[in-house]
Structures are given as structure tokens and as C-alpha cells.
Design a protein. Structure first.
Length: 196
């Protein structure tokens, strides 16, 4: 009998691996102010595209849980609840709705580069919508300063990360679909796998 649904344990393992990728990405950090440039949101973008809403959300939740329990997985090896409640806490917590929304968009309908790009642009905007107000109120700076510190420097960087994630998805999509569902997708035009 042909397998049409992913094996749940496989998705749990993949979610854990993506959470580990986020942790590794946190060590690639460039401090440029209260919000550093980090690589972990590249793995969050990939989780949205490759794992979908449910399992992508699990991977981010595991990542945040590990950090809140004291594992050094946040930017620069940071850890603890204080990190979540600090100036960057809104960005970190914003990863939860961002990965779910991006995954939800990407897994519906037929695969396309445009749909994946739109999904990740919306995900990035969700992160900013959560992070910038949190930064403003936690540091008591003005809205202009919050946008300059928490959004403006990252627009081009996040655009590059979005492009990289979309390229990676495009490159591995046929193999990834076969690995997850056991179904071939040589034309790369079928709808995304229902990974639930």
C-alpha cells in the first residue's frame, strides 16, 4: 500500500532537527544594537516551507522551550526566560505565529516560487509586528528609534534569507516530498504534502 501520509515520528525528528538548526544559527550572531543579526530565522523560514504550519510550529516551540529552560540556544549563546522577556523577546515569540502563518500559506494549493516567497514575506512582517512594539516598550524608546533598531537594518538581510530559503525549497522539493510522503513529484507542480 502506497504511503500518502508522513510517519509522525519522522516529522517529530525533523522538527527537532530544525530546532537544532535554529540553535546553531543563534551562534552566528552579529551585534549591531539591541537586536543582533542572526541566522536562526533562516531555519524558521525553511521550517515554514518544508515542515508546514503544524510541524514548523512544533520546531519553533521546541527551540523556544529549550532556550527558556536555560539551554544556550538564543543569539550569542543566550538563554533563560530573561532573554525572552528582554528587548528581543517579541521577535523570538513572534516566530511562533510567523512560522505557522508561513507554513499554512505554503502548504495550501499548488507549489510555486511566488507563493513560497509571499508566505515568507508575510512571516517576516509578522515577526516585525511582534518584535518592534515589544522593543519599543521594553526599552522605552520612540517608535522611530524602535523601527531603526529593530526593523530597518534587517530588511535587506531578511530579503536575502527569504530568497535563500525559497531557492533551497525549490532545489530539494522533489526529494523532500518523496522523503516525507513516499510520493514522487517529478514535475514539481503538485500541491504541497499534507504534513499533519
Amino acid at each position: 500500500m502506497k504511503q500518502t501520509k508522513p510517519v509522525p515520528i519522522k516529522m517529530v525528528v525533523l522538527s527537532a532537527l530544525f530546532a537544532a538548526g535554529m540553535a546553531i544559527g543563534g551562534y552566528i550572531s552579529i551585534p549591531i544594537g539591541p537586536v543582533p543579526v542572526v541566522l536562526y530565522n533562516l531555519f524558521i523560514f525553511l521550517a515554514a516551507l518544508l515542515l508546514g504550519s503544524k510541524w514548523g510550529l512544533l520546531s519553533v516551540a521546541v527551540y523556544l522551550l529549550c532556550g527558556s529552560l536555560g539551554f544556550p540556544v538564543f543569539s550569542g549563546g543566550g538563554a533563560g526566560l530573561a532573554h525572552l522577556l528582554g528587548p528581543t523577546g517579541g521577535f523570538l515569540l513572534g516566530f511562533l505565529p510567523a512560522v505557522w502563518i508561513g507554513g499554512f500559506i505554503s502548504e495550501k494549493g499548488e507549489y510555486s516560487i511566488l507563493k513560497s516567497t509571499i508566505a515568507l514575506v508575510i512571516s517576516a512582517l509578522v515577526v516585525y509586528a511582534c518584535g518592534v512594539p515589544w522593543l519599543k516598550f521594553s526599552t522605552r524608546i520612540t517608535w522611530g528609534e524602535a523601527f531603526l533598531a529593530g526593523m530597518a537594518p534587517f530588511l535587506v538581510i531578511d530579503a536575502i534569507k527569504i530568497a535563500a530559503a525559497v531557492i533551497v525549497q525549490k532545489a530539494i522539493n522533489p526529494v523532500w516530498r518523496f522523503f516525507i510522503t513516499g510520493q514522487r513529484n517529478d514535475q514539481n507542480k503538485e500541491s504541497e504534502p499534507e504534513i499533519s
